[in-house]
Design a protein around this ligand. Sequence first.
Ligand code: SAM
Length: 384
Amino acid sequence: MSAKIMTFNYLCNPNKISMDRTVKDILLRDQFSRIDLIRLLGSEGEDKVLLFKKSAGIKEKFIGKRVWFRGLIEFSNVCGKDCLYCGIRKGNKNLERYNLKDDEILTAAHFAYVNRYGSIALQSGETESRKITGRIENLLKRIKALSNGQLGVTLSVGEQEPEVYKRWYEAGAHRYLLRVESTNQTLYSKIHPDNSNHSFSRRLKCLKSLQEMGYQTGTGVMIGLPFQTLDDLAGDLLFMKEFDIDMCGMGPYIEHADTPLIKHSGILMPLKERFDLTLKMIAIIRIMMKDINIVAATALQAIDPVGREKAIKIGANIIMPNITPGKYRNSYKLYDNKPCTDDSAEDCQSCLEARVSLADAEVIYGEWGDSKHYSERRSDYLKI
Ligand code: SAM
């Protein structure tokens, strides 16, 4: 073990933080203090088994064995931001940029509709302009029209002004995923350039405005970032609970050779540990927030061939088959070894269906699979 990883473990050693409460004791409840969370995140062996058993039981009780698809269309890798970890950052010149034509996006959406996916997710790099606003608004209307209003749409196109979010909501998007990446501002500033285009407070404001506007609001973090501690991750979990999110999408950080963060790869946890920590994060958030939607992130599969199935077993209930036309997939490489870049949309569907059933779960076709948490939250809000 390298000296730096030892430092990481020492700083976060759960036995040094809480000697008195065992994982078994902590799991008797379902709301946790920061110290409890650090203890759970550090659990190993029998303790880890107990954690996963509890989260799997909660998933079974509140969500059942059901899993919903979001057909993922990565429609452009053009990005105006320079996040230090991301393979499609503006500064990466070793990448062919693409922007799908409207017809290609609509064809992919139509594929999802006729295959009864229930929902699609439109994702791209982050750009803000009147042209992009109008284009997405128009696409949303056309997607609604081609599916007789039946396809649900999640957007994940980054930070925008509230008026933009409003126009897209009115045009038919009803879910939005904007990962906060890390809620520790010091860590956030280490993984982003220090300028107003990468402001932590703006990211939070955007998340708040999405929630206030009525979107089902999703966020998440990367796990295993350089300099990240278990205390940071505990803070992330508390933030998500406090913010009252409806959806969670989080996955392991994986290096990309053409990014500035690669210079810190020597201090990273091994991939297997990042994977394990991600599963623990998913299990804990499922226990804390029983009825939210949780994505089994594709990045899990980059580390473990059955990574997404493992996530479904212990708490996740959403999976995102990639339906981007195959020829573009190699250019949406956020990190090295991104899986499924050579598959077609059909390959993705049959592979995922088999994988989901291996996880003793069942894909539900033809339904949006909205976050139950959202309906509860909105009905409480309307009662006031
Ligand atoms: N730009 C949009 C946004 O930020 O909301 C969506 C696209 S962005 C590429 C999607 C997500 O990819 C980011 O939120 C980030 O968490 C994840 N990501 C980027 N680089 C990554 C890496 N090296 N390892 C793991 N995840 C990464």
